[in-house]
Design a protein around this ligand. Structure first.
Ligand code: ADE
Length: 274
């Protein structure tokens, strides 16, 4: 069995979940500035976990202003080998209903204002250029164990889906929503990019548990997305995510990860162009 430390990035509605034992707080900084909040250290059935609220525990940092680089690097500095992120998202497909969980496996990037690499050419020790492959975008073993755990505990979770990541903070126009549907995207959110990319660049095994909270605005019937219904639906269904995380972490601790962690680190290292 491999020694693992699991970072959990709590998104909207999961800013401060009470799922850790022996909780302590650690204020930290990184070469890229401060993460969104203090790290919460603890464990689930003895497996070490580091919790971080993506938007801060008071939920006061907008998707554009989240310091994604500091968040991922803070988890890396704390020794994390894996990151499980949670995300609220809108559904772009009829068959994905509000409250459903989706274990996404692909993305379309529509963000415009975010730094997507640690290797920016000026931060000390990050002066190289990193050309990182994006297929597969997610750690396959991490996605697989999330899906297996969900099945085992009877929580419905969709295997795969493409998320369109928009800059926000506004929601999409109906023309945009229909465009994203025509591209074959399944869900829409505001924070998976650059988080996915940076986790990969840091050599971490990263997976997402996304929850659909609305049908965005493309549907003729029903409510259009609003901040209020995102929060309402997330809160109504949050127990599913907590149940899944609570079963997942011990299972990840017991798993033989083979060469997955070394492979993730080697890919990151081999993508750097000096
Ligand atoms: N997060 C939750 N619902 C969303 C939507 N419809 N668009 C973008 N981000 C979201």
């Amino acid at each position: 069995m491999s020694e693992i430390i699991i970072g959990i990035i709590g998104g909207t509605g999961l800013d401060n979940p009470d799922i850790l034992k022996d909780r302590t707080e650690k204020v930290t900084t990184t070469p890229f500035g401060n993460p969104s909040d203090a790290l919460i250290l603890g464990n689930i059935e003895g497996v070490p976990v580091v919790l971080l609220a993506r938007h801060g525990r008071k939920h006061n940092i907008s998707p554009t202003d989240v310091n994604y680089r500091a968040n991922i690097w803070a988890l890396k500095q704390e020794g994390c080998t894996h990151v499980i992120a949670t995300n609220a998202c809108g559904s772009l497909q009829e068959e994905i209903a509000p409250g459903d969980l989706i274990i996404i496996d692909n993305f379309i990037d529509r963000t415009t204002k975010r730094q997507q690499t640690f290797y920016d050419g000026h931060t000390e020790n990050f002066k190289a250029i990193c050309h990182l492959p994006m297929e597969p975008a997610f750690c396959q073993d991490t996605r697989k164990i999330i899906l297996e755990t969900a099945k085992e505990i009877g929580v419905n979770a969709r295997d795969g889906g493409t998320i369109v990541v928009i800059e926000g903070p506004r929601f999409s126009s109906i023309a945009e929503s229909n465009l994203f549907r025509s591209w074959g995207a399944h869900v829409i959110g505001m924070t998976s990019i650059p988080e996915i990319v940076l986790a990969k660049e840091a050599g971490l095994c990263y997976g997402v548990i996304a929850m659909a909270t609305d049908y965005d605005c493309w549907r003729d019937i029903g409510e259009k997305v609003s901040h209020k219904n995102v929060l309402e639906i997330f809160h109504q269904n949050v127990q599913k995510v907590l149940q899944l995380l609570t079963a997942l972490i011990p299972r990840m601790g017991r798993k033989d990860w083979g060469t997955a962690m070394e492979d993730a680190q080697a890919l990151a290292k081999n993508s750097i162009f000096h």
